[in-house]
Design a protein around this ligand. Structure first.
Ligand SMILES: *Cc1c(COP(=O)(O)O)cnc(C)c1O
Length: 392
C-alpha cells in the first residue's frame, strides 16, 4: 500500500492535503519520498520558525529524551521553570501556564478572563472579524469567521465581534455593555490575511481596557517568539497586553503552548480549576529553551527584520510590473502579498517548481519562512514566486 492509500483507508479526511509525502527536512529545505527537494517558505505552517530540524532543538531534545520524557505537573521540573523564566524575561515579567497548542492556550486565557470576571459580574469577550484563535469550542467561538463555525452550534456564548482596526466600534461596544471582561485579538492577524493594524488602534484598545477594568489579551500564537523581528509583536507597537498566548513558534517545531499573564492576574487560575497533562513537559521545555538560545546566539531577530526588507523589495518590484499584485505587507518573517486573483494556482505552480508557500483568505500569498533564511534562499524562492505571478 502506498502512503496515500494508507491514509485513504485509515486516516480521517479532515484535511486537504497535497499529494506529496515529506520524509526529511533540514533548515529551509525539505524532501519528498521521491527525493524531490523543496525550498520551504511555510515550514510547519508557521511552527518551524527556525526551519526544519534546527540544530539546538535537535540536540536539546535528544539529550532530554534520554534523561526524562514526561512528569506530571504534580512535581517540579527544572526545564519548565527555566523556560518560564526565559519567556517572562523577554516579555513583560509575567507568569506562564504551559499547554500543548494555540487553541489550548486561548482556552486557558478565556477561562482566566471568566474567573477574573466573576467578582465583577462580567463574562463577555470582544474579538475581531477575520481573527483566528483555534478549533476547540471556546476558541472557535472567539474566531469570528463563519466558515469555521458552520454546523457547530450552539457555540459558547459571550463573544462579541468587532471590525479589526475599528476603535470607535469597540468603544461603542464597551460603552453600551458593562459585562465586557476582556478584549482578545492578534496584534497582527495571520490567517486573516497578514493584517497589520495601526499603532493608534492597539494603543486605543489599551487605554479603553485601562479605563474600564478590562483585560487586554494578545493572541501571539503566530507572531510570538521572534517571528516579527521582535520577541513579541506587541513590542513593535509599544502596547503591553495583560494576557498573551503562545504556541506554534515557541518550541522549534516540537508541540508546545503557553499563556503568559501579568503577575497580578496569575492567581485567577487556581489549583484544580485548569490543567494540561502534557503541558510544559520536559521535552517541550528543553525545545523551548533551545529555541530561545538559538535565536539569541545567532542574532536571528535581526535576520528576520533584514529578511522582510529583502522580501518587500522583491515583491514591490513585482507589483510595479503587474496589476495582479495589489499590496505587500507584513513584518519580519511574516509576509503577505495580496493579489487580485485567487492564489491557489500560484501555490500549485510554485510547488511544481520546488517552492512551498501558502495562500490564505483566497487572495493573499502568505509566507511564514524560517527566520534563519539567507539572502540567496530568499532570491531563489522569490524568483519562483515572481515567475508564477507573472504567468498567472
Ligand atoms: C494557529 C493559530 C491558533 C491555533 O493554534 P493550534 O496550535 O492549531 O491550536 C491560534 N491563534 C493563532 C493566531 C494561530 O495562528
Amino acid at each position: 500500500m502506498t502512503t496515500l492509500e494508507t491514509f485513504e483507508k485509515y486516516v480521517i479526511p479532515n484535511y486537504t492535503r497535497y499529494p506529496v509525502t515529506l520524509v526529511r527536512g533540514e533548515d529551509s529545505w525539505v524532501w519528498d519520498e521521491d527525493g524531490k527537494r523543496y525550498l520551504d517558505f511555510f515550514p510547519g505552517w508557521g511552527c518551524n520558525m527556525l526551519g526544519h530540524c534546527p540544530k539546538y532543538v535537535v540536540e536539546a531534545v535528544r539529550e532530554q529524551v534520554g534523561k526524562l520524557i514526561h512528569i506530571p505537573n504534580s512535581w517540579y521540573s527544572q526545564e519548565q521553570g527555566e523556560w518560564a523564566r526565559l519567556l517572562s524575561e523577554r516579555s513583560f515579567g509575567g507568569k506562564c501556564f504551559f499547554c500543548n497548542s494555540g487553541t489550548e492556550a486561548n482556552e486557558a486565557a478565556i477561562k482566566l478572563a471568566r474567573m477574573y470576571g466573576n467578582e465583577r459580574k462580567r463574562y463577555k469577550i470582544v474579538t475581531f472579524y477575520n481573527g483566528f484563535h483555534g478549533r476547540t469550542m471556546g476558541s472557535v467561538a472567539a474566531t469570528a469567521q463563519p466558515k469555521y463555525q458552520q454546523g457547530l452550534g450552539p457555540l459558547l456564548p459571550g463573544f462579541i465581534y468587532a471590525e479589526y482596526g475599528n476603535l470607535d466600534e469597540v468603544k461603542k461596544i464597551v460603552e453600551n455593555d458593562d459585562e465586557i471582561v476582556s478584549i482578545m485579538l492578534e496584534p497582527i492577524q495571520g490567517e486573516g490575511g497578514v493584517n497589520v493594524p495601526s499603532r493608534e488602534f492597539l494603543t486605543g484598545l489599551r487605554e479603553l481596557c485601562d479605563k474600564n477594568d478590562i483585560l487586554l489579551h494578545f493572541d501571539e500564537v503566530q507572531t510570538g517568539c521572534g517571528r516579527t523581528g521582535e520577541w513579541f509583536a506587541y513590542q513593535l507597537f509599544g502596547v503591553t497586553p495583560d494576557l498573551m498566548t503562545l504556541a506554534k513558534t515557541i518550541c522549534g517545531g516540537i508541540t508546545g503552548g503557553a499563556l503568559v499573564t501579568r503577575q497580578e492576574f496569575a492567581p485567577y487560575l487556581k489549583p484544580g480549576m485548569h490543567a494540561a497533562t502534557f503541558g510544559g513537559n520536559p521535552i517541550a521545555a528543553a525545545a523551548g529553551i533551545a529555541t530561545i538560545r538559538q535565536i539569541e546566539e545567532h542574532n536571528l531577530l535581526e535576520n528576520a527584520k533584514r529578511n522582510f526588507e529583502l522580501f518587500k523589495k522583491r515583491f514591490l518590484e513585482l507589483k510595479e510590473k503587474t496589476d495582479v499584485v495589489t499590496d505587500v505587507r507584513g513584518c519580519g518573517a511574516m509576509v503577505g502579498m495580496e493579489l487580485n486573483i485567487n492564489g491557489t494556482s500560484i501555490v500549485q505552480k510554485c510547488m511544481e517548481n520546488g517552492l512551498l508557500i501558502n495562500c490564505t483568505h483566497g487572495t493573499v500569498i502568505r509566507l511564514l519562512p524560517s527566520i534563519t533564511l539567507t539572502e540567496a534562499q530568499i532570491n531563489e524562492g522569490c524568483d519562483i514566486i515572481c515567475d508564477a505571478v507573472m504567468n498567472a
